[in-house]
Write a protein that binds this ligand. Structure first.
Ligand SMILES: Cc1cc2nc3c(=O)[nH]c(=O)nc-3n(C[C@H](O)[C@H](O)[C@H](O)COP(=O)(O)O)c2cc1C
Length: 249
């Protein structure tokens, strides 16, 4: 299949040259500079679990980041999230112990060579980051029938993940590193943070100022996995038909 030039441009990714149209004269439009800043934020967001600085995160900065989370889209406008702000060293020690237990189990799930590399990875910054956030989802916040969740029951969970991504990007714009730690059992998370059964813990995030942001993912630099070429992931019209014209996937 031939690839038209607009498809090629679309797939060049956010680092491609930003089109000249500015939106300056348009109501609610983004200027070229604003657009560039947003793409930069997206491209330079990293999962951070090292090089945290001890500097506290000011309340007003944290407030803006949480407001970004709360501005996320949600199914039926459910806004199913809560944000637990965790600073207590004792709680963080308990979370770190839970991570250490789960991480040992996780390492044993990989083949020996892979397990060796896995054990060399730094996969959390629980004790180094000055604060942590736990984002939860209250699935029955508006009762059992929710607009938009009637036929796809996980939509409230996905909505909460949208809030997490907003937090991640807003934090990057505030020069705060964020590291998502998912290598702990939900039972441990519930017990340590007092999260009752109907509420679902979605994300545990390490948050803090960092000495630097890496330009590539830690896992890529460690040789765990590479970024896949976008053109291998974009289909045209039907699943499996590559838009790049490389052939059927
Ligand atoms: C749902 C989710 C869970 C993750 N859990 C962990 C984790 O437990 N430990 C870790 O080191 N990174 C975790 N990550 C971060 C990924 O490893 C990281 O996003 C990926 O390697 C790409 O790197 P980047 O975020 O810097 O672009 C998680 C990311 C997501 C989206």
């Amino acid at each position: 299949m031939a690839q038209d030039s607009s498809a090629r441009e679309r797939m060049a990714g956010p680092q491609a040259e930003i089109p000249a149209r500015t939106g300056d004269g348009q109501q609610g439009g983004f200027s070229a500079a604003e657009r560039a800043a947003i793409y930069r934020c997206i491209t330079e967001r990293r999962d951070v679990r090292r090089n945290f600085l001890p500097d506290p995160v000011p309340d007003e900065v944290l407030g803006r980041v949480l407001a970004a989370g709360h501005a996320a889209p949600s199914v039926g406008f459910l806004q199913p999230w809560n944000f637990i702000v965790i600073r207590d060293p004792a709680t963080r020690t308990a979370l770190h112990d839970a991570f250490t237990r789960a991480n040992g189990e996780a390492a044993r799930m990989f083949e020996p060579e892979r397990a060796k590399l896995y054990r060399s990875l730094k996969l959390e910054g629980i004790l180094e980051a000055p604060l942590m956030l736990c984002v939860t989802c209250e699935r029955d916040r508006a009762g059992p029938v929710v607009l938009g969740r009637t036929h796809q029951s996980e939509m409230d969970i996905y909505s909460t993940v949208c809030a997490v991504q907003n937090i991640w990007l807003a934090a990057r714009a505030e020069n705060l590193g964020v590291g998502w730690v998912s290598i702990l059992s939900l039972a441990d998370l519930r017990a340590i943070l007092g999260i009752p059964e109907p509420i679902v813990p979605i994300a545990l995030l390490c948050v803090g100022y960092v000495a630097r942001f890496e330009t590539t993912p830690d896992l890529e630099r460690a040789g765990w996995r590479k970024r896949l070429p976008l053109e291998d992931l974009v289909f045209s019209e039907r699943f499996g038909v590559l838009a790049s014209g490389k052939g059927v996937s």
